[in-house]
Design a protein around this ligand. Structure first.
Ligand SMILES: Cc1cc2nc3c(=O)[nH]c(=O)nc-3n(C[C@H](O)[C@H](O)[C@H](O)COP(=O)(O)O)c2cc1C
Length: 297
């Protein structure tokens, strides 16, 4: 692994590195369309799996396994499970939304380069349930952390990931020979993509919208009022940067950025993080101005 991936960085990352982390988070997408036929090198897949394996886990339990599924026949069977599960889920959807639900593309099982099923071995630290005595489900949450690491690392590599949860878990376990004590957590479609959509597909298709963050923040107790300055700060960051999704960010990021952002884009995005013009200019000279510093969606 390159030294830069492992070297200690002191108190915090430099601005370029920090921007890159936020950029991965704000431009990550659940991808079901836009997969290209390209394969994924083992070198790249190995990096993604290493990122997943460095997730936090309760009691350092590392309860995950990663089943890599490449075979077309098996994937078709998984897609059949999806199709059946979608029919079963449909009646639970409000009647007036069922037509829209039917139209939504909710998986890319066969079109993606490969699938990965991330599982949680619930017995991995049997006998020493550090952190799970009162909260036994913490092993499941740990595995979800691994999924998120994988997803963010994939975004940074220009690789799309789509999580398919519309699958009957017992049927999936049979198909993948997953033992009884192991829980499938995430079935992921993974592949290179032609673009990352600027906003969630479900938003584009009118299914839902991102909730206003200030309305989700409480003070001291559940539903506690307060934190007004914090909420205003959030609202300001969102307003200034919300419309700034650079078209370049929606395409797959090239290894070498192909265009300089306009001065306006750089300045706006940097201001949205409370950088003044002097630090914006320093950042630009240091090279981080080749992309908007951050894109909030
Ligand atoms: C636990 C989990 C399960 C999901 N299951 C599905 C799914 O079965 N099909 C699908 O199309 N998207 C699925 N998604 C993706 C969400 O629809 C998506 O994250 C959300 O709409 C926001 O879009 P974004 O991820 O692009 O920001 C799932 C996401 C999570 C976290």
């Amino acid at each position: 692994m390159p030294e830069a991936m492992t070297a200690p960085m002191g108190d915090g990352f430099d601005q370029m590195a920090r921007d890159a982390v936020y950029r991965a988070m704000f431009t990550r997408r659940d991808v079901r369309s836009h997969f290209t036929p390209e394969t994924i090198d083992d070198e790249v897949l190995a990096r993604l799996l290493l990122a997943a394996h460095h997730a936090p886990s309760v009691g350092f339990m590392q309860p995950w396994n990663f089943i890599v599924i490449r075979g077309a026949a098996r994937r078709e069977k998984v897609r059949d499970l999806f199709l059946a599960a979608r029919e079963q889920e449909l009646p639970a959807i409000e009647e007036e939304r069922q037509a829209l639900y039917r139209k939504l593309k909710l998986e890319g099982i066969c079109e993606s380069a490969l699938n990965i099923c991330i599982t949680c071995d619930r017995q991995r630290s049997k006998g020493s349930p550090l952190g799970r005595w009162h909260n036994p489900e913490m092993d499941l949450y740990s595995t979800v952390c691994a999924v998120q690491n994988f997803w963010l690392a994939a975004r940074a590599e220009g690789i799309g990931v789509g999580w398919v949860s519309i699958i009957e878990p017992e049927a999936l376990k049979r198909l993948l020979a997953i033992p009884e004590h192991v829980t499938p957590i995430a079935y992921l479609c993974v592949g290179r993509v032609s673009e990352f959509a600027p906003k969630p597909d479900l938003e584009t298709h009118g299914w839902g919208r991102r909730l206003p963050l200030p309305e989700l923040i409480m003070s001291e107790t559940f539903c506690g009022q307060g934190e007004t300055p914090l909420k205003s700060t959030i609202a300001r960051l969102n307003t200034v940067a919300g419309s700034l999704a650079s078209p370049a960010d929606q395409r797959v990021a090239p290894a070498v950025p192909q265009r300089e952002p306009s001065k306006e884009e750089s300045a706006l995005s940097l201001r949205s993080l409370n950088f003044d013009d002097a630090s914006a200019s320093r950042a630009s000279q240091a090279g981080s101005g080749t992309w908007p510093a951050i894109v909030l969606k």
